[in-house]
Structures are given as structure tokens and as C-alpha cells.
Design a protein. Structure first.
Length: 245
């Protein structure tokens, strides 16, 4: 990845942070974004040589300005991992319009207009990766809005892969299952149930951010040069287990 340049949104925690560490360790120039002052500050301490830039995917103006902001640091991008996402998990009776707007604004609208703003700086060839979830294609209670946002991301990955092909831009979507990230801690699943779920998975545990980061690295790199419009499932067999139960 030496001499390659990448942008990672939501790159100050979890999967985004792990991906930034991996790409940077392999010699890439990396820019990460985030909106939380605390995680931005902590990322600056642990991400040596990585540019940490404040940007809120849920703010439309910030999403549309991202491309111009990136130009302050690099002339072009070899790839972008649009990873920023939020999740709030509750039954339908408890969901508010604000909950709905917050998740769609970050997970779908932000991602879409961030990519639109980045098109002038994306190289030919280049790779775009959207971070989704198996919640986008598998039913989980108390995740109706979150699941809907991730279904939209998966659909955008397919359609934009076709639309951007002539620009030399590949688009792929990793969809992970249970991963030990800050969002996973918001599901409200009791700890004993979470542990039981992990035992049902192929590795006998829930996944790690590093495992998804390696998949993102593959999709961003030339190793996946003939892959586009693909949803890569990284779930430890959750969908198989649910289908068999």
C-alpha cells in the first residue's frame, strides 16, 4: 500500500480505526474523519502519521464539503472507506422521528453526499468501500431503522458500482455480523445472550474490528481489482445459523 492514499470516515474508533492502523502500517497515507472531540483527540495520539480531520457525516454541509477538505491534504485518493455510522436499537413504539433522522442522515444521506463530493479527487482506478451490516438483509428485533439504513447502503453499493464503472471506480460493501465495536454495545442485548450468540458462530466468539479491517483493506487494494458491486459477508456464520434454527 506504499504511495497509496486513502480516506476513512468514522476512522477514530472501532472498524475505522483498525483499518487506519492497518493501512498506515503498510505504508499508505491515510486521512480519517470523526465528529466526537474525545475520539478525535485519542485518535491523534494512537494514529502516528495519520491525518485526523473533524467532519460530521450527519451534517449535510460537512458531507458536501468533504472533497474540498481532502484536497487540503492530498491531490487524489486511491480509495475511500465510507465507514461512519450510528445505531440506536429500540422497539418501534419507542422510536422517535429524531432517531429516524439521525440514523438515516449519517448512515445513508451522509455516505451518499460524501461520495458525491469525493468524486473529483478519486483516481482512475480507485476503490470505494461502504460499511454495511448483515442487519441490512437479516431481521433483528429492535433494529428496524438501523436495518433499513444498512439495506439502503447495500443497494447503493450495487447501483453505484454500475454507475461509476466508467470512471474507473469500484464499489464494494462488507456486511459484518456481531463485531466488538462501540455500536455493538448499544444493541441492548444482555451480556449472557451476547456470549451465547458468540458461541453459535464459527469461531466460537463475536468478530473483531481487525477482522473487518482486513476485509476492507482487501477491497480497497488492487488485490480485489476485478471485484465490484459485491456484498462481502463477514458474520461468522450468523445468517447460516439463523436459517438452520
Amino acid at each position: 500500500m506504499t504511495n497509496k492514499t486513502f480516506l476513512i470516515t468514522g476512522g477514530t474508533t472501532g472498524i475505522g480505526l483498525a483499518t487506519a492502523q492497518l493501512l498506515s502500517a503498510e505504508g499508505a497515507k491515510v486521512i480519517v474523519t470523526g465528529r466526537n472531540p474525545e475520539t478525535l483527540a485519542s485518535a491523534k495520539k494512537v494514529l502516528n502519521g495519520v491525518t485526523v480531520h473533524p467532519s460530521d457525516a450527519g451534517d449535510l454541509a460537512a458531507a458536501q464539503a468533504l472533497g474540498e477538505e481532502v484536497k487540503k491534504y492530498v491531490g487524489h485518493l486511491d480509495g475511500a472507506f465510507l465507514n461512519a455510522g450510528v445505531g440506536d436499537f429500540k422497539p418501534i413504539e419507542a422510536v422517535t422521528p429524531k432517531d429516524y433522522d439521525d440514523m438515516f442522515n449519517v448512515n445513508v444521506r451522509g455516505l451518499y453526499f460524501q461520495l458525491q463530493s469525493l468524486l473529483p479527487v478519486l483516481g482512475n482506478p480507485s476503490s470505494v468501500v461502504f460499511n454495511a451490516s448483515i442487519a441490512g438483509s437479516t431481521a433483528f428485533a429492535m433494529a428496524s431503522i438501523y436495518s433499513a439504513t444498512k439495506a439502503a447502503v447495500i443497494s447503493l453499493g450495487r447501483t453505484l458500482a454500475v454507475e461509476l464503472a466508467q470512471r474507473g471506480v469500484r464499489v464494494n460493501v462488507p456486511s459484518s455480523g456481531p463485531i466488538d465495536t462501540p455500536i455493538a454495545k448499544k444493541t441492548g442485548l444482555p451480556s449472557d445472550q451476547a456470549k451465547g450468540l458468540g458461541k453459535c458462530l464459527f469461531p466460537g466468539r463475536i468478530g473483531t474490528s481487525d477482522e473487518v479491517a482486513r476485509a476492507a483493506r482487501f477491497l480497497l487494494s488492487e488485490d480485489s481489482s476485478n471485484i465490484t458491486g459485491t456484498e462481502l459477508i463477514i458474520d461468522g456464520g450468523v445468517r447460516l445459523a439463523r436459517a438452520a434454527s
